[in-house]
Design a protein around this ligand. Sequence first.
Ligand code: ADP
Length: 340
Amino acid sequence: MTPVLEARAVSRLYAGRPAVDRASLQLHPGEITALLGPSGSGKSTLLRILAGLEPADAGEVRAGDRRLSAPGLHVAPEQRDIGMVFQDYALFPHLSVLDNVAFGLRRLPRPERELRARGELNRVRLLDRAASFPNTLSGGEQQRVALARALARDPAVILLDEPFSGLDQGLRTEIRDMALDALRSAGAAALIVTHDAEDALLTADRLALMESGRILQTGVPEEVYARPVSLAAARLTGDADALPAQVRAGWARTAYGEIAAPGRPDGPALVMARPEAFRPAEDDGREVAVTERRFAGGALRLTLMSGGVPAHARWRFTQARAQTVRVRLDPRFCAVFDPV
Ligand code: ADP
């Protein structure tokens, strides 16, 4: 599939230091891509380069055959067929909701402009607030207006910078689902920048992980979660313990049991284990100490200790009241890496 928008080995330097370091990313029609990384990893800068709000110091941005950014080349943001939703929504306070959404449609005759704007407000289920002003809306509603405004021009690509981070936890799920429905029904390619692993995993058709200006891994969320390319990549999508291991004859032995490590040479290694990897076991399991129990909603978070190596498991809270438990490692939630 040809990407509608693509960064190829793009870099951006600030005072000689790369904020974005040879990052490549492809956005496809009808697909939602989440760009996940810690604060300061370069996500917003990459988004701004794609949008044309920042130049590229190396590499290029392309839309199909068209080059949009490269050293010495810069197509203006308004000529890129891209819609933006900013973190603070950036609505015009002196314009009604309807006029905010219609703002980008000034070239259309007034009746058509209004019709389109009303259609977009309907898509985000805010038609009844068309005459209101932004300061009378909740944060979630303002975000939906910003999304409707971005969608109104029917752009090929929508870029959203931390769209859910300003929202209360309680409303977040509902607003996130509504935004996703609107994006999907519009059929645009979307890029959602977020530092929240749950937001990224729940929203993305494709997930890209970013750290220190670099794209570490790209793939469908399940694959990126279950098959991380490194311990750093694993830790971006959720909790992960690093268990020292010894590989012998294709098996990696840890203080919590062993998992298959086919093709890996004998010697030291590191086993990444998610909290789901530590399964309750019967006699076949390894007996390990429980040093701490914490209530975490629908599950108990257990701190385990075996052979001087701590680890963290999540179990349903009917299990494990004893001082020791038996566990076995579930290889579906483990990966073997070189030792650091
Ligand atoms: P993120 O969106 O992942 O939080 P940013 O892209 O905002 O990361 O920032 C990446 C790095 O670039 C950070 O170290 C940040 O301090 C730096 N940076 C971002 N914008 C500028 C700027 N305009 N001038 C100087 N440094 C910047």
